[in-house]
Structures are given as structure tokens and as C-alpha cells.
Design a protein around this ligand. Sequence first.
Ligand code: PGA
Length: 261
Amino acid sequence: MQTAHDARIPLVAGNWKMHTTVTEAISLARDIAALSEAVGDAVEVMVAPPATALAAVSGVAAETGEHIRVAAQNGHWADQGAFTGEIGMPMVAELASAVIVGHSERRALFGETDENVNRKVHAAFAAGLLPIACVGETEAERDVGRADEVVSAQLDAALDGLSADEAGQLVVAYEPVWAIGTGRACDADEAGRVCALIRARIAERFGPKTGASARILYGGSVNGDNAAEYFACDDIDGALVGGASLKKETFAPIVHAAAPA
Ligand code: PGA
């Protein structure tokens, strides 16, 4: 019998962060497009290069048969205006079909608030982009037993004002801050528990059908050795991968682990 988990197409997204020149991005995107083609439609493979390489990577996606989906790492909530250094979602939409919003690095290093994240989610949908909204607690928050509360509050803020249709399309990435780039991946059972909580909250606010269709990713030190454990969890539909997404050798086993047996 097909479960709700089976019905959701797994998504493996590589967040390249502030890495790759345009030349390097083209080469990596070509490698990943070949990898994605080999796995077929069973897994959606996405790459999020730096903004400078979005155009070139979209070119690679088009030229290699659209086997990779391209995302921006950020976008502004306003369409245009006097926001030096920022890029509006309609600008992103010319070069990508998705956008990461509220990554913990944006929250911690660039002062992004829950309210900013919500505005960005709305702006992304308005521009026809798929938003990937990141939530996750810090180590200090987890240590005092506030992980669920923090994640729920970030999620609630991100969801505010969305239609059920939008909430059902949204991708939420649960990324405990202490697991990002540290090699200290979250225990799969615990990641699965928090992702179930996220799904239950979406269902509570928008109905069970919407809860069943939203895709929830785990992120934080995902690698070829631990990916399968996450993907086996009922409420985890893929991964947001940082470090291991920068080389095809380390990204490939994660993509393969997401393919249904
Ligand atoms: P990591 O990063 O895989 O290097 O831990 C994950 C992320 O920041 O999305």
C-alpha cells in the first residue's frame, strides 16, 4: 500500500552557500545534472548556487534536459526598490524556480527575523517560486528543552497568511543550528520526531490533506553514511545539504539514498 510518505517526491537540495565561482558552478552543476538524470524522476534534485552563478547554472539545467532544479539561497520581500545588495523574488524567478528563505545563517549573521521570513515566503509565492523555509533551534535552546517551542514558533510565523494550497506546496527544512556544518548530525529518530511535529502543525492549521502534501526536509551534517536513516523516517521527505553538496562524490550517495528501493 502506498503511504503518504511514498506519495511525496523526495527532494535533495544542495545549498552551495558562498562557494563556487561561475566556472566551478557550471562544472559542478553538469556533474549533478548527470547524477540526477541517472536517478530519474523518482528524486527531485535541486542546487542552490550563489546568486552570481544562478544564470549560468540555469543554463546548464536547460541544456542538460532540466534534470536539476535551481534555487536561490535568498531573496528580498520587496519586488524592487532601494535595497542595495538585495535581489527581489521576481528577479530570482527569471533564473530559478525555488528559493531558500530563513536559513539559520541568514537569521544569525544577517539579522533575519520571523517576520522577514514570512514576508519572503509570501513574496516567493507571488513571484511563482517554491519557497524552502528553514527552521531550527540553537544548541542553547535545545539544552534548556525549548527546541519544539522554537521550531513551532518559527514555523507558525513562516506559515502566517498562506492559503492551504500554498502551505501544501511549501517545503520546510528542519535544520537544528548545532548540526549545521559541525559533523554532529541530529539523531534520525529525533529529526523524524521534530519533522512529524512540523507536519502535525501544518495539518492542524490547514487541514490533514495539506499536512500530508507539504514536504519536510532534514538538514545538518547530512552525508552519504547517514542520509538513508533520515529518508526512512515517515515525515522526512529529503535533505538540505551544505558541505556534502559541493562535490559530486559526496552528493551522489545522498541522492541515491533518496531513491525509492
Ligand atoms: P551542512 O549544512 O550540510 O554543511 O551541515 C546544511 C545547511 O546549512 O543547509
